[in-house]
Write a protein that binds this ligand. Structure first.
Ligand code: ZN
Length: 393
């Protein structure tokens, strides 16, 4: 292209100068034009020669004669002529290529030596390339925890064990990239859990519980609870505690129950035993540091548990509290709707789920005085979860 364009310029200018020479007969003027035209022609010729003999260098690619731009990297050259060798594919345990994964890297040699893609091409270089070979993914064998099924009986807020289960252990051989299983063998078969869910219905008491705090709304909630002489329980997220440690101190001082809601608000049914233990223990320590108490209560985020979580919680002698009335305040329902959900479903011993954290809780704060008044007018007493347990004993 470049050669063609230069050629065109050259011939046009040359013709022009010839025409000028023909038309203008006066020798003085003609001489100037002639010198100028010749200079241009010489310049263009030099350019062409430069491009032909200096800018491009002859090389051999896999035995074929080609030209490369002097000094360009071998990678640039190969990419430009669309001959860059490719990575091999990574093949999974079923013999299929894994999308987005690479096998052996491609190889480039210059003059029979391995070359870096950044090598600068020189005159008469002999370049050879080879695509990377396909490689098989690594297979490893490891012991995996397999959760058992959890069968729930009843719909109460408190959990007790009817039949104790445990997770199983399986030796699994699998592809490390595709995660496809080659073989597996039971080391220990899982045993299903049977869990009872009960409510404490002996007295006319209900429990307000607040999850996902502490947050900037918690202080307002504590103020309202104090004003209406109502007790409550708080299931706190461990990582939020340090910033609002004073509020936890206040809760403990007023006899409210403080419970463990994991450190990062994780689903306990989808995590390995080590992570579950870590999340609950870190939160327990945060509560102890802030409020000076040993918490005995756990509420799993979203109410989700697996057999490892239940086993750990039982070992640590925690009580597990779920709930009976979900106000759906986390969906930012109107204060009126939050209040109605509570008051229309009141029964003895019920545990009510509200949130003091996890988002804008303005509506919860606004609904709270009406909820407390309504509960009291219906003849119920508001107690903490700890009090509820004590009342039954
Ligand atoms: Zn939560």
């Amino acid at each position: 292209m470049l050669k063609l364009a230069l050629g065109k310029v050259f011939s046009l200018r040359f013709l022009n100068s010839l025409t000028i020479m023909k038309k203008k007969v006066a020798p003085k003027i003609n001489l100037n034009y002639l010198v100028f035209s010749i200079a241009i022609v010489v310049f263009i010729l030099v350019e062409i020669l430069f491009y032909q003999f200096y800018h491009y260098v002859p090389i051999k690619l896999n035995g074929k004669d080609l030209k490369a731009v002097r000094g360009e990297t071998v990678e640039n050259f190969l990419t430009r002529i669309k001959k860059m060798p490719k990575y091999g594919r990574l093949i999974d345990v079923e013999g299929k290529a894994i999308a987005g994964a690479k096998g052996e890297p491609p190889k480039i040699w210059v003059n029979n030596k391995f070359a870096n893609p950044s090598y600068s091409v020189k005159n008469e270089d002999k370049i050879a390339t080879q695509n990377g070979k396909d490689t098989k993914e690594e297979i490893k064998t490891a012991l995996e925890t397999v959760q058992s099924k959890i069968v729930y009986k009843g719909k109460g807020a408190f959990i007790y064990v009817i039949k104790r289960g445990r997770p199983g252990l399986k030796m699994v051989e699998k592809g490390q990239v595709s995660k496809k299983v080659v073989s597996d063998k039971w080391k220990l078969k899982p045993v299903d859990f049977t869990i009872g869910r009960i409510n404490i219905r002996y007295r006319k008491v209900v429990a307000l519980t607040f999850d996902d705090g502490p947050s900037k709304y918690t202080g307002q909630i504590l103020k309202i609870l104090k004003q209406y002489k109502a007790k409550a329980s708080f299931f706190v997220v461990g990582r939020l505690v340090e910033k609002r440690a004073k509020l936890l101190k206040l809760m403990a001082g007023r006899g409210y129950t403080i419970g463990n809601h994991t450190y990062n608000h994780i689903p306990l049914n989808k995590n390995v035993p080590k992570k579950i233990k870590n999340e609950l223990q870190k939160t327990k320590r945060e509560i102890k540091k802030a409020a000076g108490i040993e918490t005995k209560w756990v509420r799993p985020p979203w109410g989700l548990l697996n057999s490892s979580a239940i086993n750990f919680v039982l070992k640590e002698k925690y009580h597990i509290s779920l709930w009976n009335i979900d106000t759906s305040d986390w969906k930012r329902k109107s204060p009126r709707k939050i209040k109605e959900k509570v008051l229309n479903n009141l029964k003895s011993g019920q545990v009510i789920l509200l949130h003091d954290g996890g988002g804008n809780r303005g509506n919860t704060v606004q609904a709270l005085p009406q909820i407390i008044k309504g509960i009291k007018e219906a003849g119920y007493r508001l107690v903490s979860l700890e009090d509820m347990y004590r009342l039954v004993e």
